[in-house]
Design a binder for this molecule. Structure first.
Ligand code: DLL
Length: 433
């Protein structure tokens, strides 16, 4: 079901007219109300009235994560502080957190964006949504909550963690839709098996998974283990949280809520806007945000966009599942390696579990070495060492052909890699770069 056919399935020309009008209003608002943006626009020699066509967005300067950090905490507010009703921040594990401040209008917009997202996974007011994203400053918890509420579904705000309780809730309250990180959904499946709970007998029918990278192979694994339809959902704190883009039943790219979040793909080196279908860095302009609107925000996420009416009837532009981030690309002996490439290889190999970690270090020779730790199935691990050796060799060969560099492969016991209740930690980089 399309939650809002008028906007999600609007004709392209109508949508573009609205986007242009909103962009013009936004640039005027930022110029008048946010000294940071006024200075930026002045420096770039652009005035809001120079935005005459949608393509003129290219005249506007980019906003970077560093700028968000340097204006921490309230430097980018476009409304008086008294109009703010909620604050979220990114986890801040890699520096000063970035802040998103929401007005009442922003919460309404977020609810709408998330209602669209959940509806893409089939949610209606009859559903019971078990929300296992963390509640708090992280946007996953409240974002899903607001969307489920708008739909009128029964939302269970269980939050992240406490796996045994998750399973009890799922069984006793008849959860039909599960929301959590993709890695955590597999942990739930694993614990269910240990507790003697059969997923095929539970009522869960779909899941909205995101907040971390995952591959098509991982989707198949989740669908098989949980007996559900698994949908990719994407978003980031700076823009709104989850609700930026999501997969419908066609699962052929994520529909971007482009009437709110205008996407562009740029060459990360030159900043040039790339044509449809070309891979590059995703950039968003928050056309309708009130609290902390952003112009051309560089997400560092890598993907490409495609247009055309989807089988579901939505006309919104689609982004391909993320291919990586400009800052998670590992450079191993000069070769660019994305963790997503490694996951793709591992998911193809029979006998491995979808739990892995990538360790990068410099050995005695001071050269980069990459070691991939991957769990193997119990039956194989306790069985013939010959099988283990075969799997190891296969993974090594496939990684070499996919990545173009040699990776050491270490097969580890089932359940030996630390499970995460939120975003999985896949990379351990021990190099001092
Ligand atoms: O992770 C928002 C979110 C919550 C999205 C729940 C989906 C579900 P941040 O903590 O600010 O926000 O992290 C944003 O996570 O720039 C991506 O690199 C990554 N990310 C988010 N969704 C996906 C996804 C939330 N579906 C950063 N696939 C983004 C791959 C994702 N990476």
């Amino acid at each position: 079901m399309i939650w809002n056919p008028k906007d999600e399935a609007a004709a392209d020309t109508i949508r573009r007219d609205r986007q242009l009008a909103d962009l013009q209003k936004l640039s005027g608002r930022l110029y008048d109300k946010v000294p940071f943006y006024r200075q930026k626009l002045d420096k770039a020699g652009v005035k809001p009235e120079h935005i005459v066509t949608l393509e003129d967005i290219g005249k506007l300067p980019f906003t970077t994560k560093d700028e968000l950090r340097s204006t921490y905490p309230y430097g980018l507010l476009a409304v008086p502080q008294s109009a703010i009703v909620e604050i979220h921040t990114s986890s801040g594990t890699t520096g000063t957190p970035v802040v998103g401040a929401y007005t009442r209008g922003d919460i309404q917009l977020w609810s709408e964006a998330m209602a669209r997202t959940l509806a893409m996974a089939g949610a209606t007011h009859k559903d019971t949504v078990q929300n296992a994203y963390g509640y708090g400053l992280f946007t996953g918890g409240l974002g899903v909550h607001y969307g489920a509420r708008l739909i009128g579904a029964n939302v269970i705000p269980v939050s992240a963690g406490n796996t045994k309780r998750q399973l009890m809730v799922m069984r006793d309250f008849g959860t039909t839709i599960l929301t959590c990180t993709p890695s955590y959904s597999l942990y739930l499946a694993e614990e269910a098996a240990a507790e003697g709970i059969d997923f095929s007998k539970l009522k869960v029918k779909a899941g909205c998974f995101g907040a971390e990278p995952w591959s098509e192979g991982m989707r198949l694994e989740i669908e098989k283990k949980l007996f559900i339809s698994a949908h990719d959902i994407y978003g980031l704190t700076e823009i709104i949280g989850p609700g930026v883009a999501a997969e419908c039943e066609a699962k052929d790219g994520l529909h971007v809520n482009e009437d709110y979040f205008y996407p562009e793909i740029i060459d990360p080196e030159t900043g040039a806007v790339l044509p449809e279908g070309e891979k590059g860095e995703l950039v968003f302009t928050t056309l309708m945000r009130e609290g902390t609107p952003l112009l051309r925000y560089r997400t560092r996420d890598i993907t490409y966009l495609t247009r055309g009416t989807c089988a579901c009837g939505r006309t919104t532009v689609q982004m391909h599942r993320l291919l990586g981030r400009t800052d998670d690309m590992l450079i191993i002996r000069g070769v660019n390696v994305f963790p997503s490439q490694i996951e793709q290889v591992l998911m193809r190999i029979e006998g491995t579990e979808p739990h892995y970690q990538i360790v990068v270090d410099r050995g005695a020779t001071r050269l980069d070495e990459i070691e991939v730790h991957v769990e193997v199935e119990e039956s194989i691990f306790s069985d013939e060492t010959r099988d283990l050796e075969e799997i190891k060799q296969r993974i090594t060969a496939e990684l070499r052909s996919e990545l173009g560099v040699h990776a050491l492969v270490k097969l580890v016991e089932p359940k030996s890699i630390t499970r995460s209740e939120g975003k999985a930690k896949r990379i351990i980089d021990k190099r001092q770069l």
